[in-house]
Design a protein around this ligand. Structure first.
Ligand code: CP
Length: 305
């Protein structure tokens, strides 16, 4: 069990909750082998309700639910009756009438998972809502750092890139602070949120300094689909001033790098460095399945038989 019966934002997670997720994720990581099924969610039905595109989050939740023996199915908004004008709330009620207990929700409107949670007796897990939060990404990122460094207290992490449009940055700053990690952000002024002073972060304007300061860098995607025009002069300039490339690894060969994906190679990160041993992008994807298994198991235990 976790302290809240849902996961809508990183504020729902205490330090104890996060370490419970890590412990359970480690158990699944050590004990999973192809063909192995766990019975944690036997008799539980999980709906993957993705109103916005996803590869990693959707597929990893789907695999996680299947490995825990849940009945799971996907709701595709593009081919649903939303296109005929059905409302979000009526869509939820329709799905609920089919006997669903857990909803994994991604939506481009911030706050949609909260709205759905207020209207269901089931459990809602936020799989990314607009620019607001992506708490399960923060869980898998901090789990990846935990596995790499063995401890998190006192670690220094610099988040580099488009902070303004990033739900990953918001959730990670919160989760990393909860875990005692020192966090810095490095971004062009136009891509820094207006209320950054309320975040517990250090600002490092220069990317070389941010790399030098940190034990690990978390590089973020430029979210061009959420961006108004005029925020950046050109992509090439952003890449020159804020991109991570070979020269950063030449100066700091043990640099640990995370990126939530999908990556705009050649913009925020050079393709040449993608296979370096401390570039953990694929490890993050692998850990995404185990941390989501852990979360589903801990939240769903009240429904399982
Ligand atoms: N990191 C992440 O949320 O990726 P997807 O959009 O592919 O799920």
């Amino acid at each position: 069990m976790l302290s809240k019966p849902y996961l809508l934002s990183s504020d729902d997670l205490t330090k104890e909750d996060i370490y419970k997720v890590f412990e359970k994720a480690s158990f699944f990581q050590e004990n999973y082998a192809p063909g192995v099924k766990f019975n944690d969610l036997k008799g539980v039905t999980v709906c993957l309700a993705f109103f916005e595109n996803s590869t990693r989050t959707k597929l990893s939740f789907e695999l996680a639910a299947k490995r825990l023996s849940a009945d799971s199915f996907s709701f595709q908004s593009s081919s649903s009756s939303l296109s005929k004008g059905e409302s979000l709330i009526d869509t939820l009620r329709t799905i609920e009438a089919m006997g669903v207990q857990i909803y994994v929700v991604r939506h481009n409107c911030s706050g949609s998972p909260n709205f759905l949670q207020q209207n269901t007796d089931g459990i809602v897990i936020n799989a990314g809502d607009g620019k607001h939060e992506h708490p399960t990404q923060a869980l898998l990122d901090s789990y990846t750092l935990y596995k790499k460094f063995g401890k998190l207290e006192g670690l220094k992490v610099a988040i580099v890139g488009d902070i303004l449009h990033s739900r990953v940055a918001r959730s990670n700053v919160n989760v990393l602070n909860t875990l005692g990690v020192e966090v810095a952000v490095c971004s062009p002024g136009t891509l820094v949120p207006r209320h950054i002073d309320n975040w517990k972060v250090k600002m490092i304007p220069n990317v070389d300094d941010a790399v030098e300061w940190s034990d690990a860098v978390m590089v973020l995607r430029l979210q061009r689909e959420r961006m108004e025009s005029g925020l950046l002069p050109t992509m090439r300039e952003f890449s020159n001033y804020y991109g991570i490339n070979k020269t950063h690894f030449e100066k700091k060969p043990d640099l640990v790098l995370l990126h939530p994906g999908p990556v705009n190679y050649g913009i925020e990160l050079d393709y040449d460095v993608s296979n370096y041993p401390n570039v953990l992008i694929e490890t993050q994807v692998t850990h995404g399945v185990f941390t989501r298994m852990a979360l589903l198991s801990l939240l769903g235990s009240r429904f399982s038989k």
